[in-house]
Write a protein that binds this ligand. Structure first.
Ligand code: RP5
Length: 206
């Protein structure tokens, strides 16, 4: 389940006339990021489980595969384009807010000198899954090496370059959450069984 956030961070304001609205306004003004979480279909959710971040909106074409896996398993997430070098303060604030909202792990996708996942991991002790985005000149080898070569002490778990890595990061996040969620573990087991069945039934062309 995708999450949209509503409140001060998105500039959403209501005319604060009633005491409740005044209280809400006061709360919103003290917060840089929103606190009311809604799924895309408008239903309220209490928490988000995964934070997906990418260095640029141009990364979404790859990162949407991680988001799709979470959607398929009904895992609530918040996805943002926030850059480690172009908007470092916003990135830090978002990570803090994610932790407050119950996030259990992060997925970070970036291309080129891809320090985003390492920077996220510098701010949180939660697991960080890194997705190397294919880059224009080096096809993502630069992104991969930037992520996988994190110095000792601040780990990030690095996945394959591109769409497959992104989808697998989503699945890995599901597996991580499934450690403490039996229903999710059952769904993941069913997903794996289905894949096995597909291999069993596969036919090669004549
Ligand atoms: C990185 O630079 C982003 O993660 C993206 O992969 C790459 C190019 O960004 P844009 O120039 O498309 O914004 O920071």
């Amino acid at each position: 389940m995708a999450v949209v956030t509503v409140g001060a961070g998105n500039g959403v304001r209501r005319a604060a006339k009633t005491p409740l609205q005044s209280w809400w306004s006061a709360q919103a003004d003290t917060l840089k990021w929103p606190t009311l979480l809604l799924s895309r279909d408008g239903t309220h959710v209490d928490k988000i489980s995964v934070g997906i971040v990418m260095g640029s909106t141009s990364d979404w074409d790859v990162m949407k595969h991680a988001a799709q896996q979470l959607k398929d398993f009904g895992v609530p997430y918040d996805a943002r384009a926030l850059s480690a070098h172009r908007s470092p303060d916003l990135l830090m604030e978002w990570i803090e807010e994610c932790e407050k909202n119950g996030v259990q792990c992060f997925i970070a996708g970036a291309g080129g000198a891809a320090h985003l996942a390492g920077v996220v991991a510098s701010k949180t002790a939660l697991p960080v899954f890194a997705v190397p985005i294919p880059s224009k000149h080096l096809q993502g080898l630069d992104s991969l090496l930037s992520m996988v070569q994190m110095p000792k002490g601040i780990p990030v778990a690095t996945f394959a370059i591109g769409d497959a890595g992104s989808a697998n990061a989503g699945l890995f996040a599901v597996a991580t959450l499934a450690l403490a969620d039996k229903a999710l573990a059952d769904k993941l087991a069913a997903f794996r069984r289905k894949q096995t069945e597909a291999v069993k039934n596969a036919k090669l062309p004549d």
